[in-house]
Design a protein around this ligand. Structure first.
Ligand code: 6R9
Length: 647
């Protein structure tokens, strides 16, 4: 039996949702999704109210997902305009810069409105209109949020590329979405170092269509190269632009954004989210899961380059008229106290971060936390990967002082918002468990090979979702077939999450990690296929296989087996070279942790690499290698074991 932590009497009494209300609302959401979501869709302002709620098919070959399909709205009007009459002078965004000695900013809803409208007009003047794509490659500065909301305002579809990605990765996404404009900044300060974003964008754009324009925000004022035919100065243009731009009337099913994410095969795919269903789901989960109340200060430490930043820094909080904190820096700069100092300074009420950050900070000792006044905190959250009980307990006791519920939110880029999490006033939390489905979510545990539903409790299998919810992705950009194949073909009639899970004796859910070739490095999703294709692009590499292995801080590390071209000699130098190579091809988050030289890889007679075996060797778990008799050459396994890299 694991420890359980019931909500305090105060939390249960004051939260939006207590245990009885959860049971009643959950049952209603499953019994009649039309009625439930028809009602909750009203939390958003519609230009034309919807009369249809749900129109969904999960049938392979004919997958179609539609919510509120005849309604029209504008997301930026919902995140900005509708708050102006009641809270124009309230802070919408608190911006905390990388350096603690630089001043933070408090941007009111009125100011947000002016900036978003101006940027919308700047984009329009650059020829961007409804349905056009805008790539955003930005530091964590308010202009990143303006860019998102300005795109939404004019009906353009944004695609954010995390500022840690390389020029190559940026170019692939600009080309993949056929973007008209890339919005970037001169430099991105993080942890005291500046990433040359504009220079990266220059490299990327050199390989893109010449018509792509580049809108440059000045952040540091650092020197940048300038191409008069292509580059536009945001600061000058927005100063001259009008602060009035009527919001475009969008259909609920028009795409709001594309966000590339890694999968088990091939290159990252562009996850497409809708306008209406997405904003209903992001705002509702933000309010209920974090128990957000008027006047609270909400801080999600993610980057807007990830889905967590989309839904819980920008869209969910702003749709709710919240005050959302946006942090440019990193948890350990200037020292391991930074998160807690920011919580103290801005009196943060809800704090939402990733287990990898907690593990890194926990390792620095408690004094960094204890010297700060964290009495404003009322709720804590985690996201991105399973949280180990040690980190959970530390978070609960040292950061939360034993007072704050922890919402362990399981969800994905594809899901738009939380799918499973304890609700703070309703559920007795168990460290490491995502606990309960959110309203409208019907998780099922399937037998991996037959796909049969496993009924009852105390069971384990692959996690699928039975029916749709409004925040679900609609398609893969430009490749609906890939969408159907990835999520609806292995287990027919369900949405396949790619995760494994347990349902314990009480019926609570525990995510056990990915069951496909996706690894989770510091809460970031990485396709092993992407790292492999970067490695084999190196002239000295003949073949490679990449797997994850347990890593104390990162959760999983990247373990690469590399076969060199005939005549090439392994060396420490080459190892370094390959590491740098992958960083340049993809970005620092894909940097290999361990590279093992493999004279041969274990393959079946038909030439398929047996990853199961490579995973076991990387995990140092030789006893469980299983049947190796089907290998073309079983002796390669002994060589790999003998030369295994130590962690
Ligand atoms: C939001 C986000 C999705 C994958 C997901 C799962 C893992 C996320 C988790 C979790 C255990 C949690 N994951 N939250 N595993 N407990 N609370 O992270 O999206 O980057 O697409 O990653 O992350 O494996 O399938 P994304």
């Amino acid at each position: 039996m694991s420890d359980t932590f019931p909500p305090s009497a105060e939390m249960a009494a004051n939260a939006h949702v207590d245990a009885a209300k959860y049971d009643q609302m959950y049952a209603a959401s499953i019994a009649d999704p039309e009625a439930f979501w028809g009602e909750h869709g009203k939390r958003i302002d519609w230009m034309t109210p919807y009369t249809q709620v749900k129109d969904v098919s999960y049938d392979f070959g004919n997958v179609g997902i539609n919510w509120y399909a005849d309604g029209t709205l504008n997301v930026s009007a919902n995140c900005v305009d509708r708050h102006l009459a009641t809270r124009g002078d309230q802070t919408a965004i608190i911006w905390e810069p990388d350096s603690p000695t630089d001043p933070s900013l408090h941007i009111t809803y009125n100011q947000l409105s002016a900036s978003v409208n101006k940027m919308a007009n700047v984009l329009k003047d650059l020829g961007v209109g409804k349905g056009d794509r805008v790539v955003i490659y930005m530091p964590m500065i308010p202009e990143a949020a303006y860019a998102m909301l300005a795109s939404a305002r004019i009906g353009a579809i944004h695609s954010i590329v995390f500022a840690g990605f390389s020029p190559e990765a940026l170019a692939a996404r600009v080309q993949g979405s056929e973007a008209k404009v890339v919005i970037t900044a001169d430099e991105a300060p993080r942890g005291g170092r500046n990433t040359p974003l504009k220079a990266n964008a220059d490299k990327a754009l050199a390989t893109c269509d010449a018509s792509v324009q580049c809108l440059v925000v000045r952040r540091t004022g650092g020197e940048v190269a300038w191409d008069d035919a292509r580059d536009r100065d945001y600061n000058a243009l927005s100063a001259a632009a009008s602060d009035v731009c009527a919001p475009e009337e969008m259909n609920a099913e028009d795409p709001l954004f594309i966000l590339y994410t890694s999968g088990s095969t091939g290159m990252p795919k562009g996850v497409v989210h809708s306008t209406g269903g997405y904003i209903v789901y992001a705002s509702m989960t933000h309010e209920i899961v974090f128990d957000y109340k008027d006047g609270d200060i909400f801080w999600c430490t993610a980057d807007v380059g990830w889905v967590t930043g989309h839904s819980y820094i920008v869209y969910g909080p702003l749709a709710n008229g919240a005050t959302t904190l946006m942090f440019e820096g990193v948890p350990t700069y200037p020292d391991a106290s930074r998160f807690w100092q920011v919580c103290e300074e801005h009196k943060v009420n809800q704090f939402y971060t990733a287990p990898t950050a907690l593990r890194a900070l926990m390792g620095q000792g408690n004094s960094f936390v204890e010297k700060c006044d964290l009495s404003s905190l009322r709720l804590l959250g985690t996201v991105g990967e399973p949280i180990n009980p040690e980190a959970w307990n530390w978070y609960n006791e040292i950061v939360g002082g034993g007072r704050c519920p922890i919402v362990d939110t399981w969800w994905q880029t594809e899901t738009g918002g939380h799918l499973m999490t304890p609700l703070p006033g309703a559920h007795a939390m168990k460290p490491g468990s995502a606990m309960k489905p959110f309203f409208g979510i019907e998780p099922v545990v399937l037998e991996p090979t037959t796909g049969a539903e496993i009924e009852g409790n105390d069971v384990e299998g692959v996690l699928c979702i039975k029916d749709s919810w409004p925040g679900q992705m609609r398609t893969v950009w430009g490749d609906h077939e890939r969408f159907e194949k990835t999520y609806f073909s292995d287990y027919k009639g369900y949405y396949f999450t790619g995760d494994g899970c347990k349902r314990d004796a009480d019926g609570d859910y525990w995510i056990t990690g990915r069951v496909d070739d996706v690894i989770n490095v510091s809460g970031h999703r990485m396709g092993t296929a992407e790292v492999e294709s970067a490695l084999v692009a190196h002239p000295k590499v003949a073949e490679s296989a990449v797997v994850g292995y347990p890593h104390d801080i990162k959760g999983q590390g990247i373990y690469c087996y590399v076969t060199l071209m005939g005549g090439e000699e392994p060396s420490e130098e080459l190892r370094k070279e390959l590491r740098t190579w992958v960083r340049t091809e993809i970005g620092p988050i894909a940097s290999p942790d361990l590279i093992q030289w493999a004279p041969g890889l274990p393959k079946t007679r038909s030439g398929k690499i047996m990853r199961r075996i490579l995973r076991k060797i990387a995990e140092n778990d030789y006893g469980a290698l299983g049947d190796t008799s089907t290998l073309a050459d079983p002796s390669v396994v002994d060589d790999l074991i003998d030369n295994r890299m130590n962690r």
